[in-house]
Design a binder for this molecule. Structure first.
Ligand code: SF4
Length: 641
């Protein structure tokens, strides 16, 4: 077998049984790898309606057919389970070097099932897999866990994935930390790991991956890498990283300021200039095989956060912890990042929960009596840091926020619940969606609700749009003609997650890998010839399958929308003043989206015809058995419904 390593590892923590199954190449043909195969396994093996904390939930790690090869950014890995954060598939995509190491150890996917009686960790040492006691690691943060496991195993080069106290205490947005700095975030994968009493996975892989056509692979890698390095975004990302986009977002008027209450310009933006951020960078850092190297090591040399060292401060941290909390201290971001990583908490869901609490405090809905004496005022960095400790330990008021902003707002009730901005219970990514209607549509319909990396495309020129999707009518960011663009970019993001390359070098980030480039790399790696249309079709299949999983859990058209303040109020000022989500225009845009997907317009559920066309007959049967499959078009039942 080429491209894939050839084995799926299955570990049952309830009984300690470890199995190795041969990788089924037909799965690779239909679902490509990573995210696609993870979702297929989850749909087939997890019964509808289970609690995310049930031992019957699966936690699946999936590398892709390019992982561990020389292909550009062939380092990503997807982590999948029934989500702790909302009722659907929890899925998170992570870079770094853990995924390649797992493949070099010989595994394409690792499926974890059951629950250990006491804390354990798994050591994957090439062919030898053992479950080891981890009681001594429980309550340790992720960095300590990384160090202790490496010491115990006597090898500093072993790659460790671990949870911190937040995962152990089932904080709903707990993450898994890989090699101390790379994060599988947002949908509560760390809480699933904690519910299984699984503290960590350590891996040592000394093998390699055989590709079908090494010469073609090297030639393609050279050619695509050259294009990536000549792309206008290359220098920006490789030198400054994603936080430097803060000023651009402020100028465009799309920052969430004080929980979407205010609009640009943000008074603190001046502190986040490119040069201000770069002064803390000590070295560039790339994930395995990535020419873009957008990450950086940093060190704070003086001031109140002196001594903070780490890696990977990103836009996904500085937007939500900066303007969203009224926090203009750039230096504080480095302390905040390290704390979130050590506790193992998501840097988007956590600050949106804190932002909601700051607004309740501002409005007098809660007082210092509720917050354990903490003055939750906008921009109070000490209060933000105190709250991180409280949430990570589920202590006092932190226990409420550990449920996530949405659930916390429901418990507070009244105006707090009415105003909380979310989609299906998940907070926004980092941009205010009200300007960009493609974000409104993609956030409303994508597998991970509200996520900014699930299909919301960059601002593209009309000419480029015409080449990509056959029309330039959807180029205006404020127009509600966004269905074709959204389908295109959602499929592109799904495909990159399935072959497991980074979105930052894909067309999603105005970079060079679209469907054809991915098809060429896939073909060279696996020896299975694929073209752009076949890659798109595989992405369609994965999206329909993930949608069917959500449908099983009760999600339908009614849920496909933003709620709370951002759905009700226009932007109050700045260059986007007055931009809002017009309910009628949104519904028409959603109709068009479902039509393009061939999902039932009335319910948002994939049609039988579509599922069968994608080879998902068993999925159609499962939905039909639950009475969830919509009647077929042009039948009396359809007219009645
Ligand atoms: S672009 Fe950045 S995050 Fe993506 S693989 Fe490269 S270094 Fe990692």
């Amino acid at each position: 077998m080429y491209g894939w390593a050839g084995t799926i590892l299955d570990v049952d923590l309830s009984c300690g049984k470890i199995r190795k199954e041969p990788f089924d190449q037909s799965l690779g043909k239909d679902y490509l790898g990573g995210r696609g195969i993870n979702s297929r396994i989850l749909f087939s093996e997890v019964r509808p309606g289970i609690d995310a904390a049930s031992p019957d939930n699966l936690l699946i790690f999936g590398t892709g057919p390019l992982g561990g090869t020389v292909a550009p950014s062939a380092n990503r890995m997807s982590v999948t389970a029934k989500s702790f954060a909302y009722p659907g598939i929890g899925m998170s995509n992570v870079g770094g070097s853990f995924g390649p190491e797992l493949k070099w150890a010989g595994y394409d996917h690792v499926v974890i099932r059951g629950r250990a009686e006491e804390p354990v960790y798994i050591f994957i040492d090439d062919d030898t897999v053992t479950i080891r006691p981890a009681k001594h690691l429980w309550n340790r943060n992720t960095w300590e866990t990384d160090r202790l496991i490496k010491n115990e195993l006597g090898d500093p080069n072993i790659k460790v994935a671990s949870i911190g106290p937040a995962g152990e205490k089932l904080v709903r947005f707990a993450v898994i930390l890989f090699t101390m700095h790379r994060v599988a975030g947002m949908t509560g994968m760390g809480a699933v790991m904690g519910s299984k009493n699984l503290k960590a996975i350590a891996v040592r892989g000394t093998g390699s991956i055989r590709v079908a056509d090494p010469k073609r692979m090297i030639a393609l890698t050279r050619e695509i890498t050259n294009r990536i390095m000549q792309n206008p975004y290359y220098r920006y990302f490789s030198v400054h990283g994603s936080p430097a986009s803060m000023l651009v977002a402020d100028k465009a008027g799309i920052l969430s300021i004080r929980n979407f209450q205010q609009a640009s310009p943000w008074e603190g933006a001046v502190n986040f200039k490119k040069s201000s951020i770069s002064q803390y960078y000590t070295r560039d850092k790339a994930c395995h095989a990535c020419p873009l190297h957008c990450s950086h090591f940093f060190e704070v040399k003086d001031g109140p956060y002196k001594g903070e060292k780490g890696e990977g401060v990103e836009g996904g941290l500085v937007y939500p912890f900066g303007p969203n909390l009224g926090n203009s201290s750039l230096e504080s971001m480095f302390r905040i990042l390290n704390l979130c990583n050590q506790y193992g908490m998501d840097t988007i869901e956590l600050p949106f929960a804190i932002a909601a609490a700051m607004e309740w405090y501002q409005q007098g809905i809660i007082t210092q009596k509720d917050t354990d004496g903490i003055e939750l005022e906008w921009g109070n960095v000490d209060a933000i840091i105190a709250m991180i400790h409280k949430v990570g330990n589920r202590e006092g008021f932190g226990d409420l926020l550990a449920e996530g902003g949405y659930r916390a707002s429901l418990k507070i009730g009244g105006k707090a619940a009415e105003d909380y901005s979310h989609c299906k219970g998940m907070g926004m990514g980092s941009d205010d969606p009200r300007l960009m209607k493609a974000y409104v549509l993609s956030g409303s319909t994508s597998t991970i609700p509200g996520h900014h990396e699930e299909g919301y495309p960059p601002a593209i020129s009309p000419e480029k749009m015409k080449t990509l999707i056959g029309t330039d009518r959807e180029a205006d960011p404020t127009s509600y003609e966004k269905a074709a663009t959204t389908v295109y970019y959602q499929n592109l993001c799904t495909m990159t997650d399935a072959v497991e390359i980074c979105k930052f070098i894909s067309g999603w980030a105005e970079q060079e890998i679209h469907f054809q480039e991915a098809a060429d790399l896939f073909s060279a790696a696996t020896g299975i010839e694929r073209d752009a249309e076949q890659m798109k079709l595989a992405a369609e299949r994965i999206n329909a399958l993930e949608r069917a999983f959500a449908v099983r859990e009760g999600i339908s058209r009614e849920d496909d929308r933003f709620r709370g303040r951002i759905a009700r109020e226009p932007i109050q000022g700045g260059p986007c003043k007055g931009e809002e989500i017009d309910p009628e225009k949104f519904e028409s845009m959603l109709d068009r989206y479902y039509e393009l997907r061939d999902w039932d317009v009335k319910t948002g559920i994939p049609s039988r015809a579509k599922l069968e066309m994608l080879g998902l007959d068993d999925v159609a049967k499962a939905l039909s058995d639950m009475g969830k499959l919509p009647p077929q078009k042009n039948t009396p039942e359809y007219q009645e419904k």
